[in-house]
Design a protein around this ligand. Sequence first.
Ligand SMILES: Nc1nc2c(c(=O)[nH]1)N[C@H]1C(S)=C(S)[C@@H](COP(=O)(O)O)O[C@H]1N2
Ligand SMILES: [Mo]
Length: 422
Amino acid sequence: MNRRKFLNTGSYVAYAGFGLSHEIVSVQASELNDTAKKIESFKPLLTPQDAFYDVSRGNPKPFTLKGKALDEARLTPETWRCEITADPFTEEPHTKVASKLEKSLTISDGTALDLPTLLSLGKKHEVHFLKAMQCLNLATPLGQGLWTGVPLREVLKLCGKMSDVRRIYFWGFHNNDPKQVFKSSLSYTQCMETPPGELPAFLAYRLNGNSLSLERGGPVRMIVPWSHGYKSIKWLNHIFVTNDPRNNDTYAHGNNDPDSYLKTAAYLDSTLEGKKFKVGDFVTVTGQVINGLGGLKRVEYWIRKVQCETKPLGDDAPELLEAPWKPCELQPEPDWKEFLPKSAKPAQMLGFDQKKFKALSWPPRYGMCAFFVVIRGLTPGEYEIRARSIDLNGYAQPEPRPSQKSGKNSIQVRRIEVMQNT
Ligand SMILES: Nc1nc2c(c(=O)[nH]1)N[C@H]1C(S)=C(S)[C@@H](COP(=O)(O)O)O[C@H]1N2
Ligand SMILES: [Mo]
């Protein structure tokens, strides 16, 4: 980072809070882009396929298969097939009649969906979606990608008329071992109808403009734009419609909210943790913020001086709620025409103004971007730095969904030390 540049272009805002005074080196709008480019700890807006943090069950993990085993698992573009079948299940009082499909698609009768058929559906129905992949149970975003594919509802139409269907399940290759199956589901409505400006659940075959890698769940993976990662099933090979209205996702068994939406939340980069600075140094705080269900108003930070024995603060501690939180900057929106793979069309992007090719919100809905703040003037000592998001309803993280089993969004803290110059 170029400190001179900050010094020359920043206008300084000073304030005092809780006996602590420091300067926020504020960045003028015209300088935002230049400044952001110099911050080395920013994660890229589009995560390369192999740089996603991986969350996969299975033993062996499907992406480690090779050669004949890979063909037998139907995990190559030529061998990939997806079956679509109906559940004959009935049970009083909730499921009086069984679901039906006019036409099932199965491997045994040679009708299962293959990749050429899916790609040809894509010529008419393709969608692109910039999505933050976030595990409901992890406090760091896994990555962000531009996912491309065909809406699940268009694929279901291949089966003709559906009747008495209230949930749609899907799962992927699991070593033919029922104990390893990882499945997820949507309600009939969530599958068939999409709110204006949003995107439907879709079968993705490209990521960042390239074929979806085996490690990221290729040849074909489900993407559920609004939800946490557990709905986005990798190595997809079965779609199963049922009239059982209950949610029986694999994640429901783990005490998780099985119909969660992504949470609006700020996540601090871990690079700051334990860092030592000298008096007069610029302290650059960075992280990533997800624009979730409640939208995003801003990201804030709070820095306080601490002693070794200072007790940790709960997210509802009065000191924290009443602290002098100050706004952070968001990484600027890129020039999408330059930035996105050529194949991405604005008309098929969630939350984009189709004529201007700009996101309707920043970061785009269910996407994320980096945030930062530059601080100077800290006196020697140890500090805690926190960040939180404020949603469009005015709720500060982790409200309005403090239950961490509907997504990890507790307020993160990093400790740094400022040392006396010797
Ligand atoms: N088939 C299958 N799909 C899966 C999983 C899995 O274990 N098996 N894990 C899910 C979970 S819990 C998450 S958070 C995301 C992680 O996606 P990634 O590994 O591409 O980052 O994949 C989801 N899809
Ligand atoms: Mo997950």
